[in-house]
Write a protein that binds this ligand. Sequence first.
Ligand SMILES: Cc1ncc(C[n+]2csc(CCOP(=O)(O)OP(=O)(O)O)c2C)c(N)n1
Ligand SMILES: [Mg+2]
Length: 574
Amino acid sequence: MTNQEQCHEAQTFSGGKLIAGALVAHGVEAAFCVPGESYLEVLDALYDHRDTIRVVTCRHENGASFMAEAYAKLTGRVGVCMVTRGPGACNASIGVHTAFQDSSPMVMLVGHVRREDIGREAFQEVDFEQMFTPLAKAVRMVDRTEQAAADVAWAFDIALSGRPGPVVLILPEDVLRETAEACIPAPLPQESSEMDEGALERIHHRLNQAERPILMVGGSRWTAEARADILAFAEKMDLPVCCSMRRLDIVDNTHPCFVGEMGIAPNPNLLQRIKDADLLLVVGARLGEMTSQGYTLLSPEDSQHKLVHIHVDGAELGHVYPPAVGVACAPAAFAKAAKSLPPASTHWAGWRAQARADYDVWRRPDPVPGPLDLGRAMQDIDKLLDDDAIISVDAGNFSGWAQRYLTFGRNRKFIGPTNGAMGFGVPGGVAAKTAYPKRQVVVFVGDGGFGMTGQEIATAVQQKQNLLILVFNNGIYGTIRMHQEREHPERVVATDLCNPDYAALARAGGAYGDTVETSAQFLPAIESALAAGKVAVLDVRFDANIISTRTTLEAIRNAALERDAKSETEFEQD
Ligand SMILES: Cc1ncc(C[n+]2csc(CCOP(=O)(O)OP(=O)(O)O)c2C)c(N)n1
Ligand SMILES: [Mg+2]
């Protein structure tokens, strides 16, 4: 059945009304935007649906697009953002890239020049099909008004199906203004994949043969049921479970089967364990560059022997690593089938328990020098936060504190950019509060990342959200300084930051603001900020020498100086 055949009565609508009506028909409850005159007709149509769709007005399109991506990541539903022509679309491109790499369903509506002006380099005109083709899952121009609602249905279908991703719909101004007889189609039914029984048997057979198996979960499309099913499967088989980079909330981190995250700087014992494993069962994850440690985690020979890869997109199987068994299947379908398998005749007594013991040791922080012990602070906040809190984490070294020491899963959610895009944190928090106004939402962001999208606290204030934002303020683009000192010790360039007083900045914008500099101040400051009942920004200042959860800048610099001195001596001797 085509879209058109699904609707009963065609009526005369403007293009703007058809687009807005289609968003309502698809159950959209929030749309994130910066307005533009190019798509005024969509905005005007949304006025009539203001009780159904909350239009969240942002301060920058990067914020709007990150919000749509984060909303999708958190809810599994399509995140919608609306931006104008060239300038708006250029600003919004980061969220499209993030949705693509993070496999999040998103639809971005872009206002465009009139059809008759296309190709004249009209005001703010960009060839969006060319611009977004490498960034988005699909791009389409709505070139006929009568097709506008059907094109929205198509965009939602593409965004959600298979490996989810961003779809860009380009809306010429005159298409939105013209009227046409059309009807608003219902959403297309989503495909449901079933796990192939033969493949399931082969996997079970491999489990029965294995001596050192490990399960890795990741990617998107994890429903609540799928999360519960995969954990039931792991528990039944006594399998250690790790997650791919920044997919920390797929399984309950407090469960004895959970053994850590394969992120940017993973637990070396976990890394070794995966290398030592004789069966690596990857469900939903892409084995990207970070998760695979720069494609060194497995050799192609290894992968052909021990990798069982389950990914919803068949094209992903063998894309980087040739698997021993590859199955194109959604994680939910695999998990549902796998949990009913009889327990394997396990040959790995103690293997899972040892992996968990390694994780427990990894989560025990060593004391950090200086007045603010961040490891202890993370342990404290982990206990304090609600069990169903949502934590939005930006990209940068500071993220290691939350990722290593906080616990997620069960009802506590983690959202962060797996593509490492700075600026995600604060918009992610605004999106989380938009989707779940009653839940506690906490943002972890570096001073660098806050500089990129921190202006969206104004959006949170406008939306009356009681969002808590912790700015990890070390006065540097720390991650890059770390690489700089390692590669070119003592040659500091472009990595220092001169920051505003964040607490004062927050207060000036109608938010609550405070500064934390010592361990003793940390918890009371969090408690007061949570009690403030409005947007709260805590400027968490710490010594830049504490460059990560594992080492100091000084140690990195000294090791690099020593290495350089040694290679110079060797050179002289040659
Ligand atoms: C949008 C974007 N620009 C640049 C980078 C490169 N980059 C990665 S981490 C980083 C510094 C992050 O600084 P900050 O937010 O202060 O966190 P810190 O590393 O100091 O903990 C930069 C510039 C990036 N990942 N994303
Ligand atoms: Mg920093």
